[in-house]
Design a protein around this ligand. Structure first.
Ligand SMILES: Cc1ncc(COP(=O)(O)O)c(C=O)c1O
Length: 369
């Protein structure tokens, strides 16, 4: 049996006809950049997250940049981010010319540790960017209280957390602005590059719209420096269509995770992901820890099961940040995760037969040790 890590062909097979109709509409109307397709997606996504505004942009990385850039963050400023995340969280900071300051993750949630964030605050700290990693929200109340009484912005990186909840509210609705990615493999994925920002602020909404479109509100009149961070019309139209299925796909991911939770619990040598009491996890990734992870990955691969690593090198040990002076040992939880993590196959439509096969092979591997 083959078990891919993700299966976009399967996801799209039932939607292909409708997707092609949407694409045809865009071609017929020549609304290739922004336009009605993007506008209706923005409205639907804002409503489903429970915020006033959604601004479609060209990628999650660009959304990360815009979220900080719009607040005037620049050279000399520090922004605290988790050491355990995808590199694009850091690009949001470096593209502004500011300095990323890393914080460790919690042992149980794998999300940024508010206590370590507190330790990293200096007079230069301008923002904190928690990432709702793997599909589970960071502890937003604790992070908010770290910011209380200080002039520090809280900006969510919700790239992996579409429809994830914290105490009954959706990720992307907890901070002054939040960024999303619609990279194809995400829980809500485009058929190319796309991202978005969400916010309740009318002022920020206008600012984001202006910055994403060459610093311009009116064509050829440029109020500020800007960039071309616009969303394609085709991506907006396809995302609006796929958004209608996201609730079901989220439930399917949760069911798959439950299957793993039950079948793999109590096995010596495996640590399973923990859904925190405050969170509704959407399992963008199902990340386990295993000290024999290289051997496990090889064994699963030999049996037709694909796995992932999220992430093999934490940000503080990336070559591009060598000048910041971090070293091995600085972030014990993050490093333990990077050395032992394995992401198991999870996607809407993965069958019980496939899930059972993965679990059987993992058990077989552990027994053989
Ligand atoms: C946590 C996180 N932030 C930001 C991004 C960047 O998104 P994109 O690939 O759409 O630029 C990603 C995507 O992979 C991500 O996982």
């Amino acid at each position: 049996m083959q078990v891919p890590f993700n299966d976009l062909k399967l996801l799209h097979s039932g939607l292909k006809k409708e997707m092609l109709t949407e694409i045809e509409n865009i071609i017929d109307n020549s609304s290739f950049i922004l336009g009605q397709g993007v506008r209706s997606f923005e409205n639907d996504f804002a409503a489903s997250i429970g915020v006033k505004h959604c601004i479609g942009v060209s990628s999650g990385t660009d959304a990360n940049h815009l979220a900080l850039w719009a607040h005037g963050i620049g050279p000399g400023d520090e922004v605290i981010i988790p050491a355990n995340t995808f590199i694009a969280t850091a690009w949001g900071v470096t593209l502004c010319g500011a300095t990323p300051v890393f914080a460790d993750c919690e042992e149980d949630s794998y999300n940024i540790d508010p206590a370590d964030v507190e330790r990293k605050i200096t007079s230069k700290t301008k923002a904190i960017v928690p990432v709702h990693l793997y599909g589970q929200t960071a502890d937003m109340d604790k992070l908010r209280s770290v910011c209380n009484g200080r002039d520090i912005l809280l900006v969510e990186d919700a790239a992996q957390a579409h429809f994830a909840e914290y105490k009954g509210r959706m990720a992307g609705s907890f901070s002054v602005a939040a960024s999303f990615s619609f990279y194809p493999g995400k829980n809500l994925g485009a058929i190319g590059e796309a991202g978005a920002l969400t916010t309740d602020s009318d002022e920020l909404d206008s600012k984001f719209r202006m910055l994403r479109d060459h610093g311009s509100e009116k064509k050829y009149y440029h109020n500020e420096f800007g960039h071309n961070y616009r969303m394609d019309g085709i991506q907006g139209a396809v995302l609006a269509l796929k958004l209608k299925h996201l609730k079901l796909w989220t439930e399917q991911r949760r069911q798959a995770a439950k299957f793993y939770d039950v079948k793999l619990s109590g096995i010596d040598g495996l640590i399973l992901p923990k859904e925190m009491p405050y969170a509704k996890h959407v399992y963008h990734l199902y990340v386990i820890k295993c000290q024999k992870r290289e051997e496990l990955i090889q064994f699963l691969g030999e049996n037709g099961i694909s796995t992932g690593l999220h992430y093999p090198v934490p940000l503080h040990l990336q070559e591009c940040f060598a000048d910041l002076g971090y070293k091995h040992g600085d972030f014990p939880q993050t490093e333990s995760l990077s050395e032992n993590c394995v992401s198991l196959p999870i996607y809407p439509g993965i069958s019980e037969e496939q899930l059972g096969f993965v679990c059987d092979k993992i058990k077989h591997f552990i027994k053989s040790l």
